[in-house]
Design a protein around this ligand. Structure first.
Ligand code: ATP
Ligand code: MG
Ligand code: MG
Length: 352
């Protein structure tokens, strides 16, 4: 089996490494921004957990390795303008948008809608590099050439699809996950509740089309808005994704293992999901041993320095059915601070 080298050594790289261990697959996360010579082997397979890094010594070495996977897809996805054009070309529905250029930004913004969200083309995550604009407001000159503008979508909720494709073009998908974002950052996800068949079918067809078009190998995630019961794609992530973390204990094969299987040429199987799961992000929180008293709760702590709002871990709560999950959420809710009890309340409302 090849060794899998991950560009990026944050929590996603760490969890890929953990998933590789039981199947004796060596996974080596590295910092692509470091100016050190990496000892890469010719048969290593290179994958990513982040999308942007500098032209450092390590960074260039990774990019130039002959087994650097998904170069084309990364090129398309790391720039929102190219990503939105890809969606348009493949006839995947997405929010109306344009690329802000030159002057008279006001007129360009107004042509998109009365309420607009301006997003930096590159480098944004967790809602950073985004501005809300509405008719009558003054646009910022710096948006020209740097940003896209898209219509604010009055969605009922957000969902995401995580899927994997191997070199032979076989594809497998998880059920759609329902996601709750606050201030652009994912607070919690819930998976395993009934999903309208048409939404699942559309989402799989679109993500499948995208992965085929890019000759993609590994896990890709697609975030969507739900509007009047129909899906509209928000954005793509060419890697394992936060909204797929519940699969660690909530599915027969996790997104991390599926990604590794696809990259290493191991069998891909359709992951089975029998119960209901909630994934709850720990944002700048301390790790509390009491969480482990909750039935079905699994803590994943990243070992990072705690800073306000920073993702430092997550808790997956996986139970066989809605009533038992509700019990666990109530038990967890009783132990959470005020700021986090809203998460348990949100999840309970989804179950109702
Ligand atoms: P991520 O951490 O998922 O990569 P990001 O910084 O790339 O986030 P987006 O996913 O584009 O940002 O937006 C973050 C959140 O902001 C979305 O999940 C959604 O809640 C809200 N949002 C983004 N675009 C729109 C839109 N066009 N209409 C309404 N809400 C939006
Ligand atoms: Mg994003
Ligand atoms: Mg997003």
């Amino acid at each position: 089996l090849p060794r899998i080298v991950v560009a990026g050594n944050g929590q996603l790289g760490q969890m890929l490494q953990q998933a590789g261990a039981p199947i004796q697959l060596e996974v080596m996360p590295v910092d692509p921004n470091a100016d050190v010579q990496l000892e890469l082997r010719a048969d290593d397979v290179i994958t990513v957990e982040i999308e942007h890094w500098s032209d450092s010594v390590s960074g260039l070495q990774l990019k130039q390795h002959p087994n650097f996977r998904n170069k084309v897809a990364l090129h398309m996805v790391i720039d929102r303008q190219r990503q939105k054009s890809l969606l348009d070309r493949l006839q995947v529905p997405t929010s109306p948008w344009l690329s802000l250029e030159g002057d008279d930004l006001q007129a360009q913004l107004e042509s998109v809608g009365e309420r607009v969200i301006v997003k930096r083309r590159r480098g944004g995550y967790d809602g950073r590099g985004q501005w809300r604009w509405q008719k009558g407001n003054q646009p910022e000159a710096e948006w020209a050439g740097e940003c896209i503008a898209e219509a604010m979508i009055p969605f009922s909720h957000e969902v995401s699809l995580v899927g994997a494709r191997n070199a032979a073009g076989e594809k497998v998908f998880y059920p759609l996950t329902c996601n709750w974002h606050q201030d652009g950052i994912l607070r919690a996800s819930i998976a395993g509740l009934p999903i309208p068949a048409e939404q699942q079918r559309d989402a799989e067809a679109w993500l499948g089309r995208i992965m085929d078009d890019e000759g993609y190998i590994g896990v890709m995630a697609m975030e969507c808005f739900v509007v009047d019961g129909k899906l509209l794609v928000n954005e793509l992530a060419p890697r394992v994704h936060n909204s797929g973390h519940w699969t660690q204990e909530g599915a027969s094969t996790s997104q991390f293992e599926l990604h590794l299987r696809a990259l290493a040429g191991l069998p891909l199987i359709t992951p089975e999901v029998s119960g209901v799961s909630v994934m709850y992000n720990l944002l700048g929180r301390n790790w509390k041993p009491e969480w482990l008293s909750v039935q079905g709760a699994h803590v994943h702590w990243y070992g990072k320095e705690i800073r306000p709002g920073r993702k430092v871990g997550h808790v997956n709560i996986c139970r066989p059915d809605v009533p038992t999950l509700a019990e666990s959420l109530q038990a967890l809710g009783a132990q959470l601070d005020e700021e986090d009890s809203v998460v348990a309340e949100w999840a309970l409302a989804q179950l109702a």
